[in-house]
Ligand binder design. Structure first.
Ligand code: CP
Ligand code: NVA
Length: 320
């Protein structure tokens, strides 16, 4: 079991970690995954003893909420499930919510709209560890699970120099994927319609944290982006909060569907990845989703192990 001490206050972005933190998190996640069968005898079973973690979700969730609840419990901590009627920033200022919570709990896991609101929350409470459970801009916990899955499927220690393709909206999931890939030395090809590409700021960030020659390349066609890659990743065309744009997006993104032709262009060894929830017949066909190369439920399982590692790194003082 790697030894770790709380070094970071928050995890609002993959960029809050350096490459060593991210590698450490993935190694720790693999270890807690292996130890899970030990139950109460796992070395981390009491790591969050006496700690309280609040969950505040302004958007729907299956995977993130469930896996954080289980993660805190299996580490011996206590969950405080806050109701959406807290209404971050509506009933009272964001900073006041943060300054209340820091008097009661040690950490808060937040899913909300604006990354700026999350940053304001975290900056307002010096003693509180804050975790981004998805904003409009980033989904960093998803990226931990994604690279844990790739590490397992592609073999330990072999991520450096690998290439993944992301096909679709240059959104929160794509941003965190690209941040983590750059740090881990993984090349990324992104294919998106014009006007839905990764923000330029994200391209710059990825370039500035890239290690081991990791390259980010942007494409206009899915077929060109996927040639020879190790995995093809996609996400919904309409993220939470964008429902009014769904019809337009369905039309614009139609040429970016991950289907059998796209997977054939990627090559026989390529994995299919999706953060879920998936919309069969839109961003992915049912055939690809259900195929042998689909690792989407491994990704979902690994949300639990990745977030356990993250909570240990932020909230446990030592892990023996
Ligand atoms: N992938 C993901 O974050 O799923 P939920 O929206 O269900 O939490
Ligand atoms: N991009 C999606 C991810 C859902 C997990 C959204 O923000 O709705």
């Amino acid at each position: 079991m790697p030894t770790t001490v709380a070094r970071k206050k928050d995890f609002l972005s993959v960029l809050d970690f350096d490459a060593a933190d991210l590698e450490n998190c993935l190694a720790l996640a693999a270890q807690v995954k292996a130890d899970r069968s030990l139950g109460r005898h796992a070395p981390t079973a009491d790591a969050l003893d006496g700690r309280h973690v609040a969950l505040l979700f302004d958007k729907p969730s299956l995977r993130t909420r469930t896996t954080f609840e289980i993660a805190v419990r299996e580490l011996g901590g206590h969950i405080v499930p806050l109701q959406p009627d807290v209404a971050l920033g509506c009933r009272e200022p964001v900073a006041d919510v943060a300054r209340n919570l820091e008097r009661w709990v040690d950490g808060v896991v937040i899913r909300t709209f604006s990354q700026k609101v999350l940053q304001e929350f975290a900056a307002s409470a010096r003693r509180l560890h804050v975790v981004n459970a998805l904003t409009d801009e980033e989904h960093p916990c998803q990226a931990i699970a994604d690279f844990l899955t790739l590490r397992e499927r592609l073999g330990l220690g072999t991520l450096r120099g690998r290439t993944i393709a992301y096909v679709g909206d240059g959104n929160n999931v794509a941003t965190s994927l690209v941040h983590a890939a750059a740090m881990l030395g993984v090349h990324v090809h992104v294919a998106s319609p014009e006007s839905y590409q990764l923000p330029h700021s994200v391209v710059q960030q990825a370039t500035s944290v890239a290690r081991h020659g990791a390259r980010l390349r942007l494409f206009n066609e899915a077929i060109d982006a996927v040639a020879g890659v190790d995995a093809v990743y996609t996400d919904t065309w309409t993220s939470m909060g964008q429902e009014a744009e769904a019809d337009v997006r369905r039309r614009v993104f139609a040429p970016f569907q991950v289907n059998e032709d796209v997977m054939a262009a990627a090559g026989p060894g390529a994995l299919f990845m999706h953060c879920l929830p998936a919309h069969r017949g839109e961003e992915v066909t049912s055939d690809v989703f259900e195929s042998d190369v689909s690792v989407v439920f491994d990704q979902a399982e690994n949300r639990l192990h990745g977030q356990k590692a993250l909570l240990l790194m932020l909230l446990a003082t030592t892990v023996a």
